[in-house]
Write a protein that binds this ligand. Structure first.
Ligand SMILES: Cc1cc2nc3c(=O)[nH]c(=O)nc-3n(C[C@H](O)[C@H](O)[C@H](O)COP(=O)(O)O)c2cc1C
Length: 160
């Protein structure tokens, strides 16, 4: 079993990375092969809306056609058995690099059916870890659960 964790913080040893390391260590005790990927080590952009991943019969149908530092990561994640995303909260939502990563990860698998479905062929376990410094009260006041709840929706698989 291969478990990947994605660190969306520029800091490789602080809050987010520490939690992800603990999660991977736990998975390793159950026999998982694990890997922690630091997004800030990579050079990449968010989705450029080329729509190659939506072209039925095209060579990039169902996979991101962009070619940059994120490409080998997306290829690895296509084979993952479990995926843990981690991000610090910046201005009420996930950090920019995590956002760009999510655009690339998720859009390639989005099928324009009614209702929308996924081209990802397997069901895998996913988790999202957030680190932040506001109190729970402020978190609610500023609608954090709404923003973070949307991430959960996007990761929940729907049958094709
Ligand atoms: C640019 C920036 C914006 C931030 N915005 C928020 C915020 O809106 N709400 C919050 O609770 N914490 C905010 N923080 C604090 C971080 O989310 C928090 O310290 C986080 O745990 C840092 O993660 P790291 O140690 O993995 O880098 C912000 C930090 C930075 C640098």
């Amino acid at each position: 079993m291969k478990v990947y964790a994605i660190n969306g913080s520029p800091r490789k040893k602080w809050n987010t990375a520490t939690l992800l390391e603990y999660a991977l260590a736990g998975a390793a005790t159950q026999g998982a092969e694990t890997e922690l990927i630091h997004l800030y080590d990579l050079t990449y952009k968010g989705c450029t809306s080329c729509f190659s991943c939506k072209l039925k019969g095209g060579k990039s149908y169902g996979r991101c056609a962009m070619n940059d530092g994120l490409t080998p990561v997306l290829e690895k994640l296509a084979q993952a058995d479990a995926l843990i995303l981690g991000s610090p909260i910046y201005f009420g939502t996930v950090a920019g690099e995590m956002r760009s990563f999510m655009e690339r990860l998720l859009f390639q698998y989005l099928a324009y059916t009614k209702p929308p479905s996924t081209l990802f062929t397997r069901k895998i376990a996913t988790a999202f870890m957030y680190t932040m410094n506001v109190s729970e009260e402020v978190m609610k006041e500023f609608q954090y659960p709404v923003h973070l709840g949307m991430n959960e929706n996007y990761l929940v698989p729907r049958p094709a």
